[in-house]
Design a protein around this ligand. Structure first.
Ligand code: NAP
Length: 216
C-alpha cells in the first residue's frame, strides 16, 4: 500500500484518486481549499484525506499533479520544490491556453521546442517528473474497457526508476505503455492531447484511446 498525494480537485484528480483507492492505496487530495473536497472525502472512505498542496506531499510515496496547465507551475511552487525533491511526480497536465479551440483544435501556451513538464522539471530540479495520463480523457484513465484491447499510455521522464514505478501504476490501471525517453519526450506527448480532443470537439466522439501497433 502506498500513500499517494493527488494534487488537484478537478475531475482528473477525482478519477485517479478513486483509482488508487480502488487498488488499495491511501490517498491524500491536495487543493488550495481542501474544504471543497469534503463530499469526496466522505464518500471515499477511511483511506482518503484532504490537505493543502504543501501538506499533501509531506510523507507521500508518490505524487500526482492533476491541476490546470496554466496553474501547474504555481502549484509546484505551493507544494514546494524542496518537498518534492526525490519524489516521483506523475504529471497529467497539459499546457492548454485560454483561447477557445479553432475548429476543434486546442491552443497551447508552449511551443514544440519546450513542454510544460520541462518547465516543471526546471522549477523543481530534484523532483522526478514522469508524464503520464495526459493524452486520454479521464473517463478512460483507470481500467478502461476497450473490448479486451489494452490502450497505450505514452510516458517520459529523466529518472528511470521513477518511470518503472509509474509503469507499475499503469499496469495496475490496465494500460500498456510506450517510453519516449527523457523529459523532452513531453514535447511530443503533450500535443497528443490536441489530437485526442479533436474528434470530441468536432464530432462529439470522446470514447477512444491511443494504441501503438507493431509488426511482429
Ligand atoms: N479533463 C480530462 O479528462 C483530462 C485528461 C487528461 C489530462 N488532463 C489534464 O489534467 C489536468 C487537470 O484537469 P482537470 O480537468 O481535472 O482539472 P482543472 O479544472 O484543469 O484543474 C483544477 C485544479 O487546478 C487548480 N488550479 C486552477 N487554477 C489555479 C491557480 N490559479 N492556482 C493554483 N491552482 C489552481 C485547482 O486548484 P484548487 O483545488 O485549489 O481549486 C484544481 O485543483 C489539466 O492540466 C488537464 O489538461 C485533463
Amino acid at each position: 500500500m502506498a500513500r499517494v498525494a493527488v494534487l488537484g480537485s478537478g475531475v482528473v484528480g477525482t478519477t485517479l484518486a478513486n483509482g488508487f483507492l480502488k487498488h488499495g492505496d491511501e490517498v491524500v487530495r491536495g487543493s488550495r481549499s481542501p474544504g471543497k473536497l469534503a463530499e469526496w472525502k466522505a464518500a471515499a472512505g477511511p483511506k482518503a484525506s484532504t490537505a493543502t498542496f504543501a501538506e499533501a506531499v509531506k510523507g507521500a510515496d508518490l505524487v500526482v499533479l492533476a491541476v490546470r496547465g496554466s496553474a501547474a507551475e504555481e502549484v509546484v511552487r505551493l507544494a514546494g520544490p524542496d518537498a518534492l525533491a526525490g519524489r516521483t511526480v506523475i504529471d497529467t497536465t497539459n499546457p492548454i491556453s485560454d483561447a477557445p479551440p479553432t475548429n476543434g483544435i486546442l491552443h497551447f501556451f508552449t511551443t514544440l521546442e519546450d513542454s510544460l513538464m520541462e518547465r516543471l522539471q526546471r522549477l523543481a530540479p530534484r523532483a522526478k517528473f514522469v508524464k503520464a495520463f495526459s493524452c486520454v480523457g479521464n473517463a478512460h484513465m483507470v481500467n478502461p474497457d476497450f473490448g479486451g484491447e489494452k490502450p497505450t499510455m505514452f510516458l517520459c521522464g529523466n529518472d528511470e526508476h521513477a518511470k518503472r514505478e509509474v509503469e507499475g501504476v499503469l499496469a495496475k490501471f490496465g494500460w500498456e505503455w510506450e517510453d519516449l525517453g527523457g523529459a523532452e519526450g513531453a514535447r511530443a506527448i503533450e500535443p497528443l492531447c490536441i489530437l485526442w480532443c479533436a474528434p470530441g470537439f468536432q464530432r462529439g466522439q470522446w470514447s477512444h484511446a491511443y494504441r501503438v501497433l507493431r509488426r511482429k
